[in-house]
Structures are given as structure tokens and as C-alpha cells.
Design a protein around this ligand. Structure first.
Ligand SMILES: *Cc1c(COP(=O)(O)O)cnc(C)c1O
Length: 367
């Protein structure tokens, strides 16, 4: 069986370094708000190319904290709107709605899988305060034009960079540094994963970083003095030590993903299976390798029969989820088509070319 994402194998690849990192943190006597987190924040800000990085407990929290900080800073208030792609993972949308803000779903394009930029301006109202772009599947979902729209309408540009750590624009700027603030996830299955939950906010805005840091620490900047009603969302020292190891190898891991993706793109030739639209290599870190088929469920069964585990990202779009039943009448045909046809093939930095070749043969044999 070719596993969809062999996490254990990936951690094993760096086992000596991870072993040292975990033990160092475990016996340091400091478990929160300590030197490992501080060091990782510095490393990650340098890597992404922002002045500030604030570590927190998860990717959802990172996005939630950014929006809450903008509310505390007086830039947004309950009922204000945030534009977000309709085909994203639920966390992007939860971060908006759970702050009392209103998610405004915008269709993606079927070829790029990213928010359809030509639809953004028609969704802007007097209550719009931000655009949240999502670099879904590891693909760059940004253009200078998006920043220009934000500038023209006085909106914040927030990046959901949970799936695209290491991704770059053509002129070498990293995702996570392209807008006003970005949320990152280090969930174990992301391109850089912790041994549990972790996340971070990156920004050049010093006031935003300070507010996010306070909000993630009960709303406190000074011990036992509470400026905001915050939450406890801190990254622990052990995760920070592990992430420092994983960050050192992130570019190399992403290169290994690209090699798998190139082999798939060159090898898959079945007319029943649609491939992701090519983009310049540095603009895609291949968090997923999505393919598209009208008979997706049958394809998934066929692959399972060939010993290939696959996943669907995602089977039910946000506007069809029970938790957002107020949207149940919404028609979002492109989003629905993506959710009906998408199938993610195995891809990881430890996938060897024989396994990839086996998967390609299985795909090409599908009738
Ligand atoms: C994983 C993910 C998140 C949430 O990150 P967690 O660390 O799991 O909370 C947010 N947005 C997207 C697009 C994701 O894939």
C-alpha cells in the first residue's frame, strides 16, 4: 500500500536532529514563552521575509488572532465583511465568522483553483475590510493586482499560508510576506509540520504583531495586567525546537515534492484525468497534487485497488456544511465542481520514483 502521506517516515528522515531538539527542550526547564520559541520566531520571520513573527497554537488561531487584533486596533468591527475564496478549507472561514465578521465567499477559477480575481471588486461593499487569499494546495494565489485592489479600496490583505510555506513569487518574495499579515499552520501534515499543533503570524506591522502577541497570551502585554480579553494560544518550546529543525530542511523538502510533481505531470496521460494548471516552479510547493475527474469516486476506488491511498480536498464545500446552513441555498458552481472532481495523489518529500511510477501506471490504466 502506498500511503497518502507517510508522516512517520518523514520525521524519521531527520530523526537525529529532532531527537536532539526534543530532548533539549524537554530538559530545559522552560516550556512556554522561552528561548526556543523566540529563536524559531526569528528564523521564521527571516525565512518568510517579514519584520515580525508571532508563534501561536495553530493555523486557525493565527488567522483568528490577526482578525481579532485588527478589531482591537479599531480597523474592523462585528458585521464587517472579509472576502475569502469559497473553495478553501473551513478554518479560513471560521477565523472570520468566529470574530463576528462576515465571510463573503467568492468563486475560484477552475483552472487555477485560486480565488477569481476578476470577481473580487464586484463583492466589495462599504463594509468590506479585508481580502483573505488562500494559497491552496501550495500554489501562489496572489498577484500585484490583488494588492492594488486592496490599496484602492483601503482593505487589508491577509494571506492564509497554511499550505504554502516556501512558495515564492516570480521575483522571489515568499508567500506570507505579500500582504499586511499572514497566518501559517504547522499541523503535522503541512509542508513544515510540528509533532502536534502549532501556528504563526507573520507581518511587517509592529503594532499588529504586538497586539497578536498579547491576544495569544490572555490579552496581556505585562504579567497579570490584561488589556484585551484574549485567549491562550501559545506555541510550546518542544514544538518550536522541532520546527527549527524542519525549517532548515524546508526548501530541500519542497524540492523533493517538486520532483514528484514533475514526474506525475510528465507521466499522466489518461484523457479522463485532468492535471493542475502548470505554473512557474517556484510558485508552487505542491502541498497537494490535485487531479480532476468526472468519475472521481470510481477513480479513487480503482487506485485503492492498485494499492494507492488518495484523499479528497475537500469532499463537502463550506457553503454546504451543516455549520453554515444559512448558505445552503447559495449557488457556487465552480466551487461545487472542484469539490465533486478533485482527488489528491500521494506526494511527500520521501516518496521515491518507483512509487510515483506505480501510481502513474495505475492512473493511465484507468478506463
Ligand atoms: C490546515 C489549514 C488551516 C488551519 O491550520 P490548523 O493548524 O490545522 O489550525 C487553515 N487554512 C488552511 C487552508 C489549511 O489548510
Amino acid at each position: 500500500m502506498i500511503e497518502f502521506y507517510p508522516l512517520g517516515k518523514l520525521v524519521e528522515k531527520y530523526s537525529d536532529e529532532i531527537h536532539d531538539a526534543v530532548l533539549r527542550a524537554a530538559f530545559s526547564g522552560r516550556y512556554l514563552l522561552g528561548p526556543e520559541v523566540e529563536r524559531f520566531e526569528r528564523m521564521y520571520a527571516d525565512y518568510i521575509g517579514t519584520r515580525h513573527c508571532v508563534a501561536c497554537a495553530s493555523g486557525l488561531d493565527a488567522l483568528w488572532l490577526i482578525l481579532r487584533a485588527y478589531m482591537e486596533m479599531g480597523f474592523m468591527e462585528p458585521g464587517d465583511e472579509v472576502i475569502v475564496p469559497a473553495n478553501t478549507y473551513i478554518a479560513s472561514i471560521l477565523a472570520i465568522s468566529e470574530n463576528g465578521l462576515v465571510p463573503v465567499l467568492v468563486e475560484p477559477r477552475f483552472d487555477t483553483l485560486e480565488i477569481d480575481e476578476s470577481l473580487i471588486e464586484s463583492h466589495i461593499t462599504s463594509r468590506t475590510r479585508a481580502i483573505m487569499t488562500v494559497h491552496l494546495y501550495g500554489r501562489l494565489a496572489w498577484s500585484g493586482n490583488m494588492s492594488e485592489i486592496c490599496r484602492r479600496h483601503g482593505l487589508k490583505l491577509i494571506e492564509d499560508n497554511a499550505q504554502a510555506q516556501g512558495c515564492m513569487t516570480l521575483n522571489g518574495r515568499r508567500t506570507g510576506s505579500l500582504g499586511d499579515a499572514a497566518g501559517h499552520s504547522f499541523y503535522p501534515g503541512k509542508n513544515i509540520g510540528a509533532l502536534g499543533d502549532a501556528g504563526a503570524v507573520t507581518t511587517d506591522d509592529g503594532m499588529l504583531a504586538e497586539t497578536v502577541r498579547a491576544l495569544a497570551n490572555y490579552g496581556s502585554k505585562e504579567k497579570y495586567v490584561f488589556r484585551y480579553r484574549g485567549r491562550n494560544s501559545r506555541m510550546d518550546e518542544i514544538q518550536a525546537a522541532v520546527l527549527a529543525v524542519r525549517l532548515k530542511h524546508l526548501d530541500e523538502d519542497n524540492e523533493a515534492r517538486r520532483a514528484v510533481a514533475e514526474q506525475y505531470s510528465a507521466g499522466i496521460s489518461n484523457p479522463l484525468i485532468g492535471l493542475p494548471m502548470p505554473m512557474p516552479s517556484q510558485c508552487n510547493v505542491w502541498h497537494q497534487f490535485p487531479v480532476f475527474a468526472e468519475c472521481r469516486d470510481r477513480l479513487q476506488q480503482h487506485l485503492a485497488g492498485c494499492g494507492v491511498q488518495t484523499m479528497i480536498h475537500y469532499p463537502i464545500p463550506p457553503h454546504r456544511q451543516q455549520c453554515y446552513s444559512r448558505w445552503s441555498e447559495m449557488q457556487l458552481p465552480v466551487t461545487e465542481k472542484i469539490h465533486a472532481q478533485e482527488l489528491s495523489l500521494p506526494i511527500s518529500p520521501v516518496q521515491d520514483s518507483e512509487d510515483t511510477a506505480h501510481i502513474i501506471r495505475a492512473l493511465n490504466a484507468f478506463r
